[in-house]
Design a protein around this ligand. Structure first.
Ligand code: SF4
Ligand code: SF4
Length: 279
């Protein structure tokens, strides 16, 4: 059996010794950098309340020096979503090759609004701008891997699903917590969805637990907008946990639909440009 290692880090303690280890065992590293220096330092503070960007950038440089594969993970808050240009300029400046934006979500049981939680309008605004910058770069022969664009291309061109929920249905992910308890999805590490313990049950047994099946069959309230949507078969309402961040809001605006309206008509143009850039 082949085992692939991946690790997620805030980059605070990665030194040469770590890098030698990560390189030797061919780890894929996820490094958290929140968009651009100022945005990162606004939220990611050390124990003394100081911004951590400089240290994380040092880690990024170390990973480059050791030629360790990594992708940058960036939490996309509402304020950051309004700064697409700065985010893209930073990615270019630092020659970051792979980036994934992770929507900032309100708590599952949140009752009030949260300024940081991403909204569908800001999701759309951010990705529409990013698409324009990304295409501009592609026409110059420079390619940057943006996870959501890759997922869309995989789905639309290769009919491959490379992101959970992109076709609107949940899958059991087997998230294992420190005590061995197993949950179907890292958004739902809740007692009601604990499938069992990895020390006691096989994956097949865990999968057939009632609570796993309940999680998979949980009904999603599909907004009426979805029934009229030209992308309904491609999306089916999307990931249930992301619904407030990127899909249909209370005014009937769907951020993902807006992005698809921009992205899908340009598929041939994108594929043509990619051909010249990626072997
Ligand atoms: S909630 Fe979203 S990420 Fe979790 S299993 Fe369902 S589709 Fe996947
Ligand atoms: S793109 Fe938006 S409106 Fe269309 S099916 Fe998906 S969630 Fe519904």
């Amino acid at each position: 059996m082949t085992v692939h290692y991946a690790i997620q880090t805030n980059g605070m303690v990665i030194n040469d010794k770590w890098c030698r280890f990560l390189k030797e065992h061919r780890f894929l590293v996820g490094l958290s950098i929140d968009g651009h220096p100022l945005a990162h330092d606004r939220h990611r503070l050390d124990a003394k309340g100081r911004g951590t960007f400089a240290r994380v950038l040092q880690t990024k440089r170390l990973l480059d020096a050791y030629q360790i594969e990594y992708n940058v993970l960036c939490v996309l808050t509402n304020p950051l979503a309004k700064e697409a240009q700065r985010v893209f300029d930073f990615l270019k400046e630092e020659q970051i090759a792979f980036v994934q934006f992770i929507p900032c979500l309100a708590d599952l049981d949140a009752t009030s609004t949260n300024d940081y939680a991403l909204t569908p309008r800001n999701f759309a605004g951010f990705y529409q701008q990013l698409l324009a910058f990304w295409l501009q770069e592609l026409t110059q022969g420079r390619y940057l891997s943006i996870k959501l664009f890759d997922d869309l291309l995989n789905l639309l061109v290769r009919q491959q699903v490379t992101a959970c929920g992109i076709l609107g249905n949940c899958q059991v992910q087997y998230v294992i917590e420190a005590d061995g308890s197993v949950y179907p999805c890292d958004f739902y590490v809740l007692d009601e969805f604990r499938m069992g313990y990895i020390q006691e049950q096989t994956l097949r047994e865990l999968f057939s637990q009632d609570c796993s099946q309940q999680f998979l069959c949980q009904k999603k309230d599909m907004p009426s907008k979805c029934t009229q949507c030209p992308f309904q078969k491609l999306c089916r309402g999307g990931c249930k946990r992301m619904k407030d961040a990127m899909y249909v809001d209370s005014e009937g605006f769907c951020g993902y639909q807006e992005l698809l309206k921009d992205f899908t008509p340009r598929i041939n143009e994108i594929l043509g440009l990619l051909q010249g850039v990626i072997q």
